[in-house]
Design a protein around this ligand. Sequence first.
Ligand code: DGY
Length: 429
Amino acid sequence: MNLISTPAELMTKAEGILALNDRGSYTVPTHGLYPFQWNWDSCLVSLGQRHTNEPRAWLELHTLFEHQWDDGMVPHIVFHELDDGYFPGPEIWATGKSVPTTGITQPPVAGLAIRRLFEDATDTANAKRSAERLLPLVDRWHQWFYNHRDPERTGLVALIHPWESGRDNSVDWDAPFERVPVDGIAPYERRDLQHADAAHRPTKDQYDRYLWLVEHFRDLNWDNTKLHDASPFQLVDPGFNAILIRSCDDLAEVAEALGHTELAKRNRTMAQKGRDAMESLWQENIGQYACYDRVANTLCDSASIGGILAVLAGLPKARAKAIVKRIETLKEQVNYLVPSHDPSDARFDAKRYWRGPCWLIVNYLITIGLRSADEVSLAQEIEAQSLRLIETSGFAEYYDPMTGEPCGGSSFTWTAAMVMEFCQERHIA
Ligand code: DGY
């Protein structure tokens, strides 16, 4: 693997980052830039925490799900403690919750995390208790997705805000974003630029549109029976749907182990319907999946990582092979896999957030998909390159795939958690 550090040394460093960002019952992604609990960060972070403290890992998940909305949605940020170093804060979202939250969601990694925590547990009694408590909550969230974000029952859910994808400024959203107006938004001051290089972050034009959508949904009282249809932004992201499909499948595994056959069956059915529908997102000319713009009724012309992350869904063999080929092509253009956008596209930007940089969390999810498809050697290569990035550039939020330079925030929790997972090399098919 050509590493200077031993896995034990990397584990110790990663553990230090987790401790630094631990706030007792939840973990912040990083000090300053992201001072609250983020949804998919927490689920991914629990995967690292389990290697040193299983009860703490379960607690991370319990804390998140304590803030599940009555309709089943699990919000993308829980604002546990006020911190004006972040914008937009709770007063902008105004969702009316006793502990404030945002009003949108994030990729549901919960099922995948729970399965790993459960199956690898050494404290099996606690694992059983925790899984029993979480199963119905995650199941409700999965149902919420298909009820509120797939009104026509296509099998695929749409995002109504780029922040839901986690890939805030992906090239995928450029064309649909032209439809999102900017007039009438309240004046605002960004805070992210006080903590990170502006050249690594989304643009002002994108922020205006993020804010317009938030204000629009707030005007509709965050009523999820209305938001999907009222949004000018309805994007079906193959990566997001693959995460949801995997979450349903993994939750079903745990449910079966605990004898909850109805819950398991329901989740298997949702997963299979989603998997079948993924084929509608296949874009032959780029050899990968693409986002579908529901309002414009068109596939996006954008070869982003979202279409590669699709491999997590358990695709037909030929499609998984095609994704492998696609990653091999990208490999010829970068020094570190997997870039979040195709470098041969003029819109690629090596340092700007989701328009080019590589992210360890996406690498991790892709390797799980590749291993499930028996593509072990490519998975190992991505894992090795990910660890090499850590040695070169520390625990950054993301990295320039050409130079390996660290970008965005530093001492980043989920990056550390992924390092712990890679060092363990324990993967479930
Ligand atoms: C941000 O504020 O940059 C986040 O990505 C929103 O979740």
